[in-house]
Design a protein. Structure first.
Length: 311
């Protein structure tokens, strides 16, 4: 019996550098060992990035190897040179660390909600860095179990507002009446992942959610939650709304339209349409709750995120 001819594959990559949004045709010329020349073509589309939030606001540090300055000069320029800060953006010096072999590099931090993709692109375009690396996380197989919690909903009779929290200390304070507003539990709750077995965030998938609250004295006396990087970016950039980022209390998955992946279920969101002069949202896994709010002239905003299925 004859054996089928052996086939071999060769993968190659090329750095195209920064590309503006648009349609591109890529032409590659391949020269085989026998000097046979083959031309391969491919098309790609670079979509506009938009103004997304960082997919993981808890991962906002980078390791950089400096191209033109010593670490001391870099630190001094960030502290005193406004033109240099404008060149490299809103970053802060954190410290030093040996990286890329024996080279002494700098650890820098950027605002938690800044899109890490745009931050790295800006740093690369500045010409001030020989190399840029993210702090990465490793996952083990099998890993530890997910850390699971329960988000509990409360209602303020005084404010006519709804709020939920997955933090046990906040639940205890609300139950004890320590928080102003006469908050009482509605009896509604849902399961969430406080920290996953593999804490690697994926765009359009599972990642930490964003929690906002009103700026003291000027912002809304309310809270807002979203799993959408785009929606988070919109809220972040509307300074006139006076929301401020309050942290990433748990992990959830972005929905695909109105659909959620296996082992998750939709968390719906309703908006009070500014009732009483202050925005407020209500979140529920039971759409009947949303229907009740719509009957009170709230707005059904669809699926906000996908949370754990189960009681």
């Amino acid at each position: 019996m004859g054996l089928p001819p052996q086939q071999c594959e060769l993968a190659a990559s090329a750095d195209l550098g920064p590309l503006e949004p648009g349609d591109y045709d890529v032409v590659a010329t391949v020269i085989a060992p026998g000097q046979q020349v083959t031309t391969a073509t491919a098309s790609l589309v670079i979509a506009a990035r938009g103004n997304k939030c960082n997919v993981d606001p808890t991962a906002n540090q980078l390791l950089v190897a400096l191209a033109n300055k010593t670490v001391a000069e870099f630190q001094s320029a960030l502290a005193s040179d406004s033109d240099y800060r404008a060149l490299v953006g809103n970053i802060a010096f954190v410290g030093t660390t040996p990286i890329f072999g024996a080279t002494l590099g700098a650890v820098i931090a950027f605002p938690s909600l800044d899109d890490s993709v745009r931050v790295m692109d800006r740093l690369q375009r500045s010409g001030e860095f020989k190399a840029i690396a993210r702090n990465s996380r490793a996952c083990f197989e099998p890993g530890p179990p997910d850390s699971i919690g329960r988000a509990v909903e409360y209602y303020s009779i005084m404010l006519d507002h709804y709020f939920f929290t997955a933090f046990v200390n906040e639940q205890q304070a609300l139950d004890a009446g320590i928080v102003p507003g006469n908050w009482v539990s509605t009896g509604n709750s849902f399961r969430v992942i406080l920290y996953p077995s593999c804490p690697i965030a994926t765009e359009g998938g599972t990642h930490p959610i964003y929690r906002f609250t009103g700026e003291p004295n000027v912002g809304p006396n309310s809270h807002f939650f979203t799993a959408s990087q785009d929606e988070c970016g919109y809220v972040r950039d509307r300074a006139d709304w006076h929301w401020m980022f309050e942290g990433a209390p748990f992990w959830a998955t972005e929905p695909t339209g109105v659909s959620c992946p296996t082992r998750t279920r939709p968390l719906y969101r309703a908006y009070n349409n500014g009732k009483g002069g202050t925005p407020n949202h209500r979140y529920a896994v039971d759409h009947a709750v949303v229907d009740t709010m719509v009957a009170q002239r709230w707005v059904d905003e669809g699926v906000a995120m996908c949370v754990l299925a189960g009681p």
